[in-house]
Design a protein around this ligand. Structure first.
Ligand code: S3P
Length: 197
């Protein structure tokens, strides 16, 4: 019994050293970072990952929202997108101090190259993706996306996707199509592909 506990302890230290070694070799943390367009399933996939890993959960939209005491839409309307983007970058800076975690980001996080650098330093970056139809269907369920308060939200989604898809792809270690997956399947697929990296 005692020996087994000792073995586990040694294994624990070994795994910890390995993680530290990998971190010092690559300068990259141990978090799982979810990026992707609105409606790609980042929040629900992130919460399923929390249930499976026990890691803490951070969401850049929530951090920014708390900082101003306003909803994301209110920040866009009252302070403007630039102020939101600055606070988003600041949230990522703060997260670099955090222990391994599940980190969920807003759909526009990849617009700033400095953000992408920080995301990749935080850990493994997973791009959640879905076909345009599915994204639009999911987004339309809630009217909480300030960028889609346009005359033709469908065309706005298409245009934003055109600009952003290459940015998500370039930032990602792993890409996953969530169109036909449940939240749990998304989490399992992420964990499976990260283990293979
Ligand atoms: C945005 C996506 C939103 C939120 C803000 C801007 C974007 O987050 O950060 O409305 O630029 O795509 P979700 O992707 O979680 O909806």
């Amino acid at each position: 019994m005692g020996a087994r506990r000792g073995e586990r302890l040694l294994f624990g230290i070994g795994a910890w050293h390995k993680r530290l070694y990998i971190f010092s070799m690559t300068g990259r943390g141990q978090s799982i970072v979810l990026i992707g367009f609105m409606g790609a399933g980042k929040s629900s996939g992130g919460k399923a990952l929390v249930r499976k890993t026990g890691l803490p959960y951070f969401d850049t939209d929530e951090i920014v929202s708390k900082r101003f005491g306003l909803s994301v839409t209110e920040i866009f309307v009252q302070l403007g997108e630039e102020e939101f983007r600055d606070a988003e970058t600041e949230a990522l800076r703060q997260l670099s101090e955090a222990a391994p975690a599940i980190i969920v980001t807003g759909g526009g996080i990849v617009l700033r190259p400095e953000n992408v650098k920080m995301l990749r330093e935080l850990g493994k970056v997973v791009s959640l993706e879905a076909d345009e139809e599915t994204l639009f269907h999911r987004i339309s369920r809630r009217a909480t996306r300030p960028l889609l308060q346009t005359k033709n939200p469908r065309a706005t989604v298409a245009e934003l996707l055109r600009v952003r898809a290459p940015l998500y792809h370039a930032a990602a270690d792993v890409r996953l199509d969530t169109s036909r997956l449940t939240h749990d399947e998304v989490a399992d697929a992420i964990l499976g592909s990260i283990n293979k990296l």
